[in-house]
Design a protein around this ligand. Structure first.
Ligand SMILES: Cc1ncc(COP(=O)(O)O)c(C=O)c1O
Length: 382
């Protein structure tokens, strides 16, 4: 079949199944407001959990950074793209999160893939939670290592996989907070199991960093776990973009030699690193943002319970409402949009078939009134 025909068929099939994805140009403003095509909405689909993407100090740091360092890094960090500002961010991250080293990447997707491709060889085994992020699933599947998956958050499933593999190097991979479900991995038990089986543990804490644990150190700090590899991203609670791998001196030195996404890609702009530094400072020094987010999560869950709206057990900012059918999920999201609430319908393959959902995300930027109105609309539309 020609490419032309294959592409047309694939698009048609997606359309029929209610799986067509589209990007809309939207303007996101402070206080969780979003404008699309002249219409105004309250934004319940962002990962900007603390509302820091519009914080004056973060914006100021980025602007001053651009004036001082220029807008772009100009090259890979291995050429001339690594500035004292990047270095300071790496040191700050290592100090904040309690690791010997931090290495910056331009995105969480790149960091995850770089780590797996740099580390995994054919004699190794990767053992991952089934709901792990696409960046990790894809890298694990493409890597030369053996790739095994265990049922979501199942300690028995993980124990079975660890018991069934005997390669010298095994890397267990999970997330701190799962991106589409909002539930948390039992990291303390997983870490203990890894220790018993002499396996390494990698945690992707894209959705936990900044919002959980003392000083916003994330899921691992909250559960008093130090994984061998920790990936944190700057595009969610920190309100900016980019990512870092936290690891030992030896792993960092190895990544500097072999992580292709690091070596062959332009470094993130120094001004962006300056903005991330400002954001981390706020996260560490101002717990009131986390308190407000916790209050909003608790208010949302209480109001939903009162209205009989079925929720999952998630206690984080990600509060999915599972609908099941793709078309129905789309229709409900559309109904919410008509009422002025921007909520995205998430469908397969992002989530398992038959589990299309509204992925409602809460933020410290939401007011109680905005949340109350959303729940009223949700009750009405459901
Ligand atoms: C769990 C998880 N890891 C990694 C990523 C990728 O991070 P980034 O957006 O920085 O590429 C995401 C983004 O959605 C995510 O949800």
């Amino acid at each position: 079949m020609s490419w032309q025909q294959r592409i047309e068929d694939a698009l048609h099939q997606r359309q029929q199944q209610g799986l067509l994805r589209r990007r809309l140009a939207v303007t996101v403003s402070p206080h969780a407001r979003l404008t699309q095509d002249g219409q105004h909405f309250t934004h319940f689909s962002s990962n900007d959990y603390l509302g820091l993407s519009h914080h004056p100090a973060v914006i100021d740091a980025w602007c001053k950074g651009a004036q001082h360092w220029g807008t772009g890094a100009g090259a890979s960090g291995h050429v001339t793209g690594y500035s004292p500002c990047h270095q300071q961010l790496e040191h700050t991250l290592a100090d904040w999160l309690g690791f010997p080293r931090a290495i910056l990447f331009s995105s969480g997707f790149a960091a995850n893939q770089a780590l797996i491709f740099a580390l995994a060889e054919s004699s190794d085994t990767l053992i991952a939670d089934k709901l792990m992020h696409a960046s990790l699933q894809e890298a694990a599947a493409l890597s030369p290592a053996r790739y095994r998956r265990f049922p979501h958050n199942s300690l028995d499933g993980l124990a079975r996989q660890l018991g069934a593999t005997d390669t010298e190097n095994r890397l267990v991979i999970t997330e701190g907070v799962f991106s589409m479900d909002g539930d948390q991995a039992p990291l303390a038990a997983i870490s203990e199991m890894c220790r018993e089986h002499q396996a390494w543990l990698m945690v992707d804490d894209a959705h936990g960093i900044g919002v959980l644990g003392d000083e916003g150190r994330g899921s691992c700090a909250q559960q008093q776990v130090t994984p061998d590899i920790l990936v944190v991203t700057f595009g969610k609670a920190l309100g900016v973009s980019g990512a870092a791998i936290l690891c030992s001196d030896a792993v960092a030195a190895y990544l500097e030699q072999s992580a292709r996404h690091l070596i062959y890609s332009t470094a993130l702009p120094a001004a962006q690193a300056a903005a991330v530094l400002a954001s981390i400072e706020i996260v560490r020094q101002q717990p009131e943002y986390r308190k407000k987010l916790s209050q909003n999560i608790s208010d949302f869950r209480t109001l939903c319970r009162q209205q009989g709206i079925p929720l999952t057990d998630s206690l984080t900012a990600i509060q999915p409402v599972i609908i099941g059918d793709n078309h129905r999920a789309l229709a409900i999201a559309q109904g919410l949009q008509s009422a002025g609430h921007w909520v995205q319908a998430i469908r397969p393959p992002t989530v398992p078939v038959g589990s299309a959902r509204l992925r409602i995300t809460l933020s410290a930027a939401h007011s109680t009134e905005q949340i109350t109105r959303l729940v009223e609309a949700l009750h009405h539309v459901l």
